[in-house]
Ligand binder design. Structure first.
Ligand code: SF4
Length: 378
C-alpha cells in the first residue's frame, strides 16, 4: 500500500451558510436560507453513515460558507455529530473557519468545548472602504476585540487577508499587513482577489463597473507580504500561507502533500485510494438527494498513476519545501525529472524553479508566475 492508498486521517466538513453572498464569492453556499440548516444537519448525519464506523482523524476541518453562521445550538449539534464519526486522535488539529461578524462568546464557548483548537478568521482587510467593496459584514475596528475574545478560549488563530482589491492602494495593504501582525496571530493567509465566473464581481467587471487592481501593484502587494511576514517571524510554508513555528495548518498540509482525506457536505471533495470524488455543489440538490437516499456524488474520477503523480507535482510545488525528489518517487513510483521533461531545466534556467538539498521548489520569481509554471507539469 502506497501512502496515496492509505485510509484518510483527515476530514473536511462543508458548512454552506452565510448571511449574504459577498460579490466575489463562488463558494458552495446559500445566503439568507437559514431555514435549511435543520435539513442540512439531518442530511449530513445521513451522509456520514456512509463511513459505516467512526474513523479516527489527525485533522478535522470545518469550512464554508461560514460554519459559525450556525446558531449556537446547531453549531453544537454539528460538532457533536462530526466528533462522533471522526474521533480526534490525541493532539489532533480541529479547525473552524469563522467570520468576525456574529462570532459571540456563546459560539466561541461551543467551539472550545467541542475541542476546536484552531480558528481561521476571515478578516480580509482592516480598511472599511475595502471591506465595504468586498461586501463583508464587519468593520476593521471590530477585529481586534474579536481576536482577543477568541484567544481567551482558543489561542491558535489564523487571519485570512485579501489583496489586489479594486481601489486598494499599496499603502492600504501595507497597513492591513501591519495591523494583522500587531494582533499576534499564529498564522496569516494572503490571497489575491480573483474574479470567478458567475460572480457579481465578474459581471460588474464585464460591465466596466469595477476595475481590476493593476497587475504590477498586485505583484508588489504579494512581494510585500513575502517580505513583511517572514520579518515578523512567520515562515512562508506555502504560496499563500505564513505560519509561526509550529503553527502551520496541518489540515491543509495534507492536501499539499497529496495525502488522502474525507469530505462531507455539499460541494465537498474527497480523495482516497487514487479516486477523487466531488459532491453536488447545489446545497438543495445535495440535501434532497441525501434525504431521498440517493448518492450526493456529482463527479467521481479514478486518477491514473501518472495523473496522480502530475497532480502531486502541482500540490507539492505550492509548498515552501517544494518536491522532495526521493519522497516523490516513493509516493508515486515516478521520477520527477523524467516526468517533467524539458520544462524542468528550462524553469531552472529561467530562475522560476530552484533545486536545493534533494528538493525542487518555486524560486521567489516563480511564486509570481506559479499558475504558468504549474500548467507545464499537469
Ligand atoms: S463570508 Fe466568505 S464564504 Fe460567505 S459569502 Fe462571503 S466570501 Fe463567501
Amino acid at each position: 500500500m502506497t501512502p496515496l492508498d492509505a485510509l484518510p486521517r483527515s476530514a473536511y466538513i462543508h458548512v454552506p451558510f452565510c448571511a449574504h453572498r459577498c460579490g466575489y464569492c463562488d463558494f458552495t453556499l446559500v445566503a439568507g436560507r437559514d431555514d435549511l440548516i435543520d435539513a442540512y444537519l439531518e442530511a449530513l448525519a445521513i451522509e456520514l453513515t456512509k463511513l459505516e464506523r467512526p474513523c479516527e482523524v489527525d485533522t478535522l476541518f470545518f469550512g464554508g460558507g461560514t460554519p459559525t453562521h450556525l446558531p449556537a445550538p446547531e453549531l453544537e449539534r454539528l460538532m457533536t455529530l462530526a466528533r462522533r464519526w471522526f474521533p480526534p486522535a490525541p493532539g489532533a488539529e480541529i479547525c473552524v473557519e469563522a467570520n468576525p461578524a456574529g462570532l459571540d462568546d456563546v459560539k466561541i464557548a461551543v467551539l472550545a468545548q467541542a475541542g476546536v483548537n484552531r480558528v481561521s478568521l476571515g478578516v480580509q482587510s482592516f480598511d472599511d472602504a475595502v471591506l465595504k467593496l468586498l461586501e463583508r459584514d464587519h468593520r476593521g475596528a471590530e477585529v481586534p476585540a474579536v481576536v482577543e475574545r477568541v484567544r481567551r478560549r482558543i489561542p491558535n488563530i489564523g487571519l485570512d487577508l485579501i489583496f489586489g482589491v479594486p481601489g486598494q492602494s499599496f499603502g492600504l495593504w501595507r497597513d492591513t499587513l501591519a495591523q494583522a501582525i500587531a494582533l499576534r496571530p499564529t498564522h496569516v493567509s494572503t490571497y489575491g482577489l480573483t474574479f470567478e465566473k458567475g460572480t457579481a464581481f465578474q459581471s460588474r467587471l464585464n460591465k466596466g463597473l469595477l476595475q481590476r487592481c493593476d497587475e504590477e501593484v498586485e505583484q508588489q502587494m504579494y512581494a510585500l507580504a513575502m517580505d513583511e511576514l517572514p520579518q515578523a517571524g512567520f515562515e512562508q510554508y506555502e504560496l499563500s500561507n505564513f505560519a509561526r513555528p509550529g503553527f502551520r495548518s496541518r489540515h491543509n498540509e495534507v492536501y499539499w502533500a497529496g495525502r488522502p482525506f474525507f469530505g462531507f457536505g455539499p460541494g465537498a471533495a474527497r480523495y482516497a485510494a487514487g479516486r477523487r470524488e466531488l459532491n453536488h455543489r447545489s446545497v438543495t440538490t445535495w440535501i434532497n438527494r441525501v434525504l431521498a437516499g440517493q448518492s450526493p456524488i456529482a463527479e467521481s474520477e479514478e486518477l491514473s498513476a501518472e495523473g496522480s503523480a502530475r497532480e502531486l507535482v502541482m500540490l507539492n510545488l505550492r509548498r515552501g519545501e517544494g518536491i522532495h525528489l526521493a519522497q516523490f518517487r516513493e509516493q508515486t513510483g515516478f521520477d520527477f525529472r523524467q516526468l517533467a521533461g524539458e520544462a524542468l531545466p528550462r524553469h531552472l534556467r529561467q530562475g522560476l524553479l530552484e533545486e536545493c538539498d534533494g528538493h525542487i521548489r518555486l524560486a521567489r520569481e516563480g511564486r509570481f508566475l506559479a499558475d504558468t509554471v504549474f500548467a507545464e507539469y499537469v
